[in-house]
Design a protein around this ligand. Structure first.
Ligand code: ADP
Ligand code: MG
Length: 715
C-alpha cells in the first residue's frame, strides 16, 4: 500500500493577499455592520473577504431618469418611484417574525413597503406620514397587491438630487442596504491590486473586453443603466464588463477541469474491489432485495473498482430509486481491500440521515460522521481517527473538503446529490487520496452535453426501476382561493394519522423573504393545529434544524412547514401529504423532488400543488405535466425545454451556485470557448510554466480552484 505523499501547503501568490484579507478590515465596517456582512457573504467556516465583496456584483442599476409610476412599474425589476406615505401597519401579534408595513401611494396606485427586524421608530423616521419620498427597489406581487420588501433606497428631494445618475442595486440583506453595500464595494475596489493578464490578449481585443480590474470597477460604478430585458429572455444582454468577469470565472473552472482530466489520463487508478464478503454481508442485512437496476449498477461499479483505471461514474436515479444502498455497497468494496470510503451529502440533515441509516447496516464497519457543526474536541478525535486509519467510512458534508481532513488511505468517495456541489469540490475530495475512485449520484437527469462541460468525462449508470410496492401519488392542482378547504382537509388527514409537509413559496431571490413567508404560514397553521405544527428553514442553526426534523420523524409534529430545505433526499416514510404553495413558481424538477418526499411508505399519498391564479398557458401546462406523470426523466426533459439549464441543474436555487459571476444560461456560449481555451492551454503548457501559465495560476487562486494546482505537481 502506498502512503499518500505529504502535501506541502499551497501558497497563494502574495499579489492576491489584499483580496483575501477579511472584509471586516475595510474602513466603514464597524462592530454593528460586521455581522451583517458575514451574514451576507461569509460562512461559519470562512469569514467574508474583500474578494467576496467584489464578486457580489450588483443585480442591476437604476437610472434616476427611469423613474416611473406605480401602475406601470414592472414587478421583479429595480425601479425608483416618487411616493407619498399614507399609513402604517404595525406587526400583528403571533408566533414568527412579523414585519412592520408602510403604505405609500402615487396618483396611479399604492404599494406596501415591508420591513423585517427594523425598529419601528427608525422606519417612521425615514418615512414620516404624509411625506414625499423616492423609493428604489423591486416590486413583487403578493396576494395581488404590490409590495416592496426592504427598499434598497429611500431618499427625499434633496437626497435624490445628490444621487449618482446610476445607482447600482445589490442583493441586500436584513439591516444592510444596497447603498451601504455599494459604499463598501467602492472601498474594496481601492484594494484591488494590479494583476497580470491571464487571458489571451488577441482574444480580449477581438471581443472588446476590458481588463479584469476595469471590469470590476465598471460593474460596481456603473455609468449607465443596463438595457431592458429583451422579449422572451430572462436577463438583459451582458455588458462587456460582465462578460469579461464571467469568462474569467469560466476559464478558471474549465482549466481546473482540464488539468484534472489530464491527470486522470496520466495516473492509473488502483484496484479497489475486495472479495465481496463485507458487501455480501451488508446486502444480506438490507431489509429488501436489490432491484434489477440496483444490481446492475452495483455490478458496473464493481467492474470499475476491480480495474486499475480510476472510476469516475455518475449514478443517475430518480428520487426514491434507492441510490443510497448502491453507494454503501461501493464503499464497502474499498473497506474490503483495507482502504477507506467517504460519503458526502450536500446538507447537514442529509449527512446525518445517511449516517443514521447506514449505522445499523454497516455494523461491522467503523463509521463516523463529520460535519461543520461538530464540537472542536469531537472534530479533533474524528480527524485523528481518519488519519490513523481507525475509521472505515466517513459520512459528512462540505466539511470533508477542508484541508485539515486527511485520510490514511481513501479508496472510494461517493458524492450524493452531486449537482449541489461544484465539480471543483469533488476534485478537492479526489485529491485526498492516491487515485480515489469517485461515484457521484444525482436524481437530476443531466443532458449529456452539459454533463461533459460541467462535470467532466464520466461513465453513467442509471437506476431506471423503482423498488416494488411503491404507490402512485395523487397530484392535484388547487387554487389558493381554496386554502380554507385545504386546511379543513388536513384536519381530517391528521385525525387519520397522516403526516404533512407544507412547502412555502420562493417569493424572491432573497432567502430572508422566503423565510418570512414560511414564518407567516407557520403562524397561521399554528392557529388551526397548535403544537402539531413544526417549522424548518435554511437559516435555522443546525441543531434546531435537526431537532425540528427529528420531531417530525418521530411524529411529535404532524405538519412540517418548510422552505425548500426538505427538497433533497430527506426520507420520512410516514409522510403522505405534500402541500406546495405557489407551485407555479417552482421548477418542474424541483416540484418532482419535493413530491418525491411522499409516496415512500405503504399508505397512499397526495400532493397538492397550490397556485395563485390566474395561471398563464405555460404555467398551467407545466403544472398539468406534474399531474400527468411521475417519471422524473420526462419531467426533466420538459423542464429543460421550458426553463433552461441553470434551473435544471438546480444551481440557481441551491444557494451554492457553482459560479459566482457566470451563469450557465447567459454565458453558455462563453463556456464552450473557455473549454476549448483550457484544453489548448493544457496541451501546450501542461505545467503552467509559460508567462501566461503563471498568470493563469493567479487566476486559479483568485477563483479558488487551486486544488487543480496541486495536481500539477502530483501525478
Ligand atoms: P434515493 O435514490 O432517492 O436516494 P433512497 O436511497 O433514499 O433513494 O431510497 C429510498 C427508499 O427506498 C429508502 O427508504 C430505502 O430504504 C428504500 N429502498 C431502496 N432500495 C430498495 C429496494 N430494492 N426495495 C425496497 N425498498 C428500497
Ligand atoms: Mg438520496
Amino acid at each position: 500500500m502506498t502512503e499518500p505523499a505529504p502535501r506541502p501547503p499551497l501558497l497563494r501568490p502574495s499579489i492576491l493577499d489584499a483580496l483575501f484579507a477579511p472584509a471586516r478590515g475595510l474602513p466603514g465596517i464597524g462592530p454593528k455592520m460586521a455581522p451583517m456582512i458575514e451574514r451576507l457573504l461569509g460562512t461559519p467556516e470562512q469569514p467574508a473577504r474583500i474578494v467576496d465583496l467584489l464578486f457580489h456584483l450588483p443585480q442591476g442599476g437604476v437610472a434616476r431618469r427611469m423613474m416611473g409610476s406605480i401602475a406601470e412599474a414592472p414587478p421583479g425589476e429595480p425601479v425608483t418611484l416618487g411616493v407619498t406615505v399614507t399609513g402604517y401597519r404595525a406587526p400583528q401579534p403571533g408566533p414568527g417574525r412579523r414585519p412592520f408595513r408602510v403604505l405609500v401611494e402615487d396618483p396611479t396606485g399604492d404599494i406596501t413597503l415591508v420591513f423585517f427586524g427594523m425598529p419601528q421608530a427608525r422606519v417612521e423616521k425615514m418615512l414620516p406620514l404624509g411625506a414625499h419620498r423616492y423609493i428604489t427597489g423591486r416590486i413583487d406581487l403578493w396576494d395581488g397587491h404590490r409590495q416592496m420588501v426592504h427598499p434598497a433606497r429611500i431618499v427625499d428631494e434633496a437626497g435624490l438630487a445628490a444621487q449618482p445618475t446610476v445607482e447600482p442595486i445589490y442583493g441586500a440583506t436584513e439591516g444592510l442596504t444596497s447603498r451601504a453595500i455599494s459604499k463598501l464595494a467602492h472601498a474594496a475596489l481601492e484594494r484591488l491590486p494590479v494583476l497580470p493578464e491571464w487571458q489571451d490578449p488577441a482574444w480580449i481585443a477581438r471581443e472588446g473586453l476590458p481588463a479584469f480590474a476595469d471590469a470590476l470597477r465598471a460593474e460596481h460604478r456603473p455609468e449607465s443603466a443596463p438595457p431592458p430585458i429583451p422579449e422572451g429572455a430572462t436577463a438583459p444582454p451582458r455588458s462587456p464588463a460582465r462578460r469579461r468577469l464571467a469568462y474569467d470565472e469560466l476559464l478558471a473552472s474549465q482549466l481546473a477541469l482540464a488539468l484534472m482530466r489530464a491527470r486522470n489520463r496520466r495516473a492509473p487508478g488502483r484496484a479497489n474491489a475486495g472479495d465481496g464478503t463485507l458487501s455480501g454481508r451488508i446486502e444480506a442485512a438490507l431489509p429488501f432485495a436489490l432491484t434489477g437496476a440496483q444490481s446492475r449498477a452495483v455490478a458496473e461499479i464493481r467492474g470499475d473498482l476491480a480495474s486499475d483505471r480510476r472510476m469516475l461514474r455518475l449514478l443517475q436515479g430518480d428520487v426514491g430509486s434507492g441510490k443510497t444502498a448502491v453507494a454503501l455497497l461501493a464503499l464497502a468494496s474499498a473497506v474490503e481491500v483495507g482502504r477507506q470510503g467517504a460519503l458526502m451529502a450536500p446538507t447537514e440533515i442529509l449527512a446525518r440521515q445517511h449516517f443514521e441509516r447506514l449505522a445499523p447496516l454497516a455494523a461491522p464497519l467503523r463509521l463516523r460522521l463529520l460535519t461543520g457543526r461538530d464540537r472542536a474536541s469531537e472534530r479533533r478525535a474524528t480527524l485523528a481517527a481518519l488519519a490513523a486509519g481507525e475509521v472505515d467510512i466517513v459520512v459528512g458534508t462540505h466539511a470533508l473538503f477542508q484541508d485539515s481532513v486527511v485520510f490514511s488511505d481513501l479508496g472510494v468517495a461517493v458524492v450524493d446529490e452531486q449537482h449541489r456541489f461544484g465539480v471543483h469540490q469533488r476534485l478537492a475530495l479526489g485529491a485526498k487520496g492516491a487515485a480515489v475512485d469517485i461515484l457521484v449520484m444525482t436524481a437530476t437527469p443531466i443532458p449529456r452535453t452539459l454533463a461533459l462541460t460541467c462535470f467532466g468525462d464520466m461513465d453513467v449508470s442509471v437506476l431506471d426501476e423503482k423498488p416494488a410496492g411503491r404507490k402512485a401519488i395523487a397530484t392535484r392542482l388547487v387554487s389558493t382561493d381554496r386554502l380554507d378547504e385545504v386546511v379543513a382537509g388536513l384536519n381530517r388527514a391528521l385525525a387519520a394519522g397522516d403526516r404533512v409537509y407544507w412547502i412555502c413559496p420562493l417569493v424572491a431571490e432573497s432567502e430572508f423573504v422566503d423565510l418570512a413567508a414560511a414564518e407567516e404560514r407557520f403562524g397561521d397553521l399554528r392557529h388551526s393545529f397548535g403544537d402539531a405544527v413544526g417549522l424548518i428553514h435554511g437559516k435555522m442553526p443546525g441543531p434546531d434544524k435537526d431537532a425540528a426534523m427529528e420531531r417530525f420523524q418521530r411524529g411529535e409534529t404532524k405538519i412540517l412547514v418548510s422552505t425548500t430545505v426538505v427538497e433533497v433526499g430527506v426520507d420520512v416514510p410516514e409522510a403522505t401529504i405534500m402541500v406546495i404553495e405557489h407551485a407555479e413558481r417552482f421548477g418542474l424538477a424541483q416540484l418532482h423532488q419535493l413530491r418525491g418526499r411522499v409516496g415512500r411508505g405503504a399508505r397512499a399519498s397526495t400532493c397538492l400543488l397550490l397556485y395563485r391564479g390566474p395561471l398563464g398557458q405555460v404555467s398551467r401546462a407545466r403544472l398539468e405535466m406534474m399531474r400527468e406523470t411521475e417519471d422524473g426523466f420526462r419531467i426533466a426533459e420538459e423542464d429543460l425545454r421550458l426553463r433552461g439549464e441553470g434551473e435544471v441543474l438546480g444551481t440557481r436555487q441551491s444557494g451554492m451556485a457553482a459560479f459566482r459571476l457566470a451563469s450557465l444560461e447567459s454565458d453558455a456560449e462563453l463556456l464552450q470557448v473557455a473549454r476549448d481555451d483550457a484544453q489548448l492551454v493544457v496541451q501546450r503548457d501542461p505545467g503552467l510554466k509559460s508567462p501566461r501559465g503563471q498568470a493563469l495560476r493567479v487566476l486559479l487562486y483568485l477563483f479558488e480552484r487551486e486544488a487543480a494546482i496541486r495536481l500539477l505537481g502530483a501525478g
